[in-house]
Design a protein around this ligand. Sequence first.
Ligand code: NAG
Ligand code: NAG
Ligand code: NAG
Ligand code: NAG
Ligand code: NAG
Length: 489
Amino acid sequence: MRLHALVALLFSAVALTAGTHAQHHHHRGHRRQAELAAVATTSTHSGSSSSSPSSPPASTPTLSSSTTSSPGSISTGSSSSSTNSSPSSPASVPTGQNGVPPLSMISSGMPTGTSSPLASTYTPGATPPVPGAPPLPTAFVFNAADWPAQDKVPDTNSPQVQQWIQELEGFDIPDWSPTADGTCVGDPAAAAEGKTRGWWTCGGTTRDTDITACPKKYDWGVSFDDGPSPWSGTLLNYLSKQAIKATFFVVGSRVIERPAVLIEEYMAGHEISVHTWSHRPLTSLTNEQIVAELGWTRMAIQKVLGVTPTTMRPPYGDIDDRVRAIALAMGMVPIIWTSAPSSGPFDTNDWRVAGGLVNATTSFDTFQSILGNASTLSTGFIVLQHDLYEITVDLAVGYTLNAALTHNPPFSLKPIGTCSNIPATNMYSESNQNTTFPYTNHTVITSKNSNSSSSAAQSSSNTANGRVSVSWLVAGLVGVGCAVVHLMN
Ligand SMILES: *[C@@H]1O[C@H](CO)[C@@H](O)[C@H](O)[C@H]1NC(C)=O
Ligand SMILES: *[C@@H]1O[C@H](CO)[C@@H](O)[C@H](O)[C@H]1NC(C)=O
Ligand SMILES: *[C@@H]1O[C@H](CO)[C@@H](O)[C@H](O)[C@H]1NC(C)=O
Ligand SMILES: *[C@@H]1O[C@H](CO)[C@@H](O)[C@H](O)[C@H]1NC(C)=O
Ligand SMILES: *[C@@H]1O[C@H](CO)[C@@H](O)[C@H](O)[C@H]1NC(C)=O
């Protein structure tokens, strides 16, 4: 079972003092332990296994590394077969809205239901809905020897990673040291530099190369993170019925387990984006590890779909200028979710319910009040949801998306590329015709050792690897006035 490291602390920027850090840090240890305990007693929605409690958000290793098999035989990969170890039968859960149990019954200990099977089967050679994208490739066959261990930061000495590292040549990657664990509270020294580092999770800084909101008021950018999972089928069926398209931020370790789910998402017209291999906070990793996390996920998606995403989302939103520069150098534009000054992040907090931190009623109430702030924004917004667990899918299908559809004034639900007016062809490098997206020549630099003029001088002499030299942009800060320490998304 995947362990959540679940903490969301919101505190204002003015509260970012050493004293506050110490205090939050103190709480955090206890809280995380409680959360882990809560998760450990949760019904086993995604199957097997355990992870080290000290590793923040490790996902479930569900493939034996010695397994070499066809996709169909991969552990919990079948979308209809993941009921196990549940004391009650699915029939004991009353059915409420959209076939989902009533809000009051949705909790981390609830009996496991049955997920919907995938609606369609696509064969190799099928034509994808993205103009110019290649036909679906030969069916993906998992071979353990081809891939790093699931849910672990991949080895950086492999020939693949060594090759991908060369993509950074010609780009000035800020030399910030990795943070302790991707949180303000875990690394007070790095936190003190949060604004300078452009660290979103610690200071709320965004850069103009980040996609953080849908530009049009009342547009709701729909996103689901951490799949494909056994529950994605239920979500996909609902989205199809309601004619809603979303962006799926997929984890490489899950992609190789459930290639058929990824294909269904892509072929149904949803957008696919990179969400790393092992779901670690990226600011806590070395440059080479970040390359490995993005590179292997990008490759898993390409092997299954034949296309390579030009966008990525950092787990937990944990990004700083070093992570940005690496993602952009590798051809991936970062996408976060909207954080409004008045209400904080547009996070459904579905993950907190799955982790047993709050009940579904409270979580949904909180989200509805966040939604109330939509009318105060001049833009639309991007909402964070998850399709990893049955509970998070239940909340989406039964409640959150339903609230969106029935809201007055109506929200317009769109995938994030679409709401951002990015042509569908831009979303994958194989179909992309646009030379200015992703911004391969354009990154942000804020380095403690170099100001913008000196680094520009430095980089203009470096055109290695056939790339144009980097034109530096010290992007304006879009301060959101609050710091978000956000450990699960
Ligand atoms: C949910 O939690 C809130 C706050 O702790 C509590 O007041 C409420 O009764 C709970 N609801 C259910 C259905 O457990
Ligand atoms: C905005 O969000 C905050 C925090 O969730 C909430 O207390 C407030 O009522 C919301 N504002 C509106 C206008 O709904
Ligand atoms: C290229 O992408 C950028 C960023 O999305 C967009 O503003 C521009 O219109 C695109 N150009 C073309 C020709 O599609
Ligand atoms: C670099 O990117 C920026 C913005 O994406 C664009 O305006 C500029 O023309 C590009 N420069 C080169 C040399 O391609
Ligand atoms: C930036 O670097 C240049 C070249 O090293 C130096 O001349 C300049 O004074 C620096 N500017 C600032 C604001 O530090």
